[in-house]
Design a protein around this ligand. Sequence first.
Ligand code: GDP
Length: 296
Amino acid sequence: MVFESLAEKLQDTFAKLKGKGKLNEKDVKSALREVKMSLLEADVNYKVVKKFVNKVEERAIGQEVMDSLTPGQQVIKIVNEELTDLMGGERSELTSADSPPSIYMLVGLQGSGKTTSTGKLARQFKEKGKEPLLVAADVYRPAAIKQLQVLGERLDVEVFQMGDQNDPVDIVKAGLARAEKEKLDPVIIDTAGRLHIDEELMQELQDIQEAINPTETLLVVDAMTGQDAVNVADNFSEKLDISGMIMTKLDGDARGGAALSIREVTGKPIKFAGMGEKLDQMEPFHPDRMASRILG
Ligand code: GDP
């Protein structure tokens, strides 16, 4: 489960701190050294860890904490607040268009969980009484179109496709025209991915973005790839206008390094968390709840 090993270590550290009663500066510093080690072992970006620990230390070594009757609790409270802040603070909601349809374009590397997340998002809209349209714009992997069609059938959601012989920009434009005619809203676009970032893919995604000006472009990243996910996100956000992220496979990520680093490194919020392969296993990402998961 997400953060499992990190949670165990931090909770051990703080149990020792709480057991001490009164704290001095040395106690706090030594606890924070352990926190630093645990975060690094969880594969959190080094710069992010350093900044985080400095911030916590600055607050925790003040008189307010030392003079408190429960200094251990105070330190935990500060760590909780700073962890929440690190993951973006407030929950970042999906934006909708001023006039329908809202357009959500999903981008990301192959295998990150893009197609599955397209289905999960469609399911959530359907539950709210919306009639989404899925657009199959991955023309390089024929199985991708089929995969989306299977999801569409299962969810009773329409899938727009023009096979794999057309230009993705034309497919997406035609899909939008279809949604407008049939009053389908939102439009969720499943774009092509590759195993690695390449110029051609980025150009294609830029072209689609320019042609349709999506309400949101959501980058799908695989939490289990740790700092690679952070680098991928950094690269994508340099070239594309990314509005937020869907972090998948958190269910299999005991460390949590990507989830804890990505917001700070890219400045983009995580909007959803994928918690399993099933279509109902995607949750809104709540930084405060995630922080509480770590600290117990
Ligand atoms: P795409 O190539 O980016 O479209 O990736 P897919 O949607 O085909 O997903 C790749 C694999 O990851 C599939 O086996 C999915 O079932 C799996 N997957 C996607 N999201 C999650 C998730 O949140 N948790 C887990 N455990 N598996 C996921």
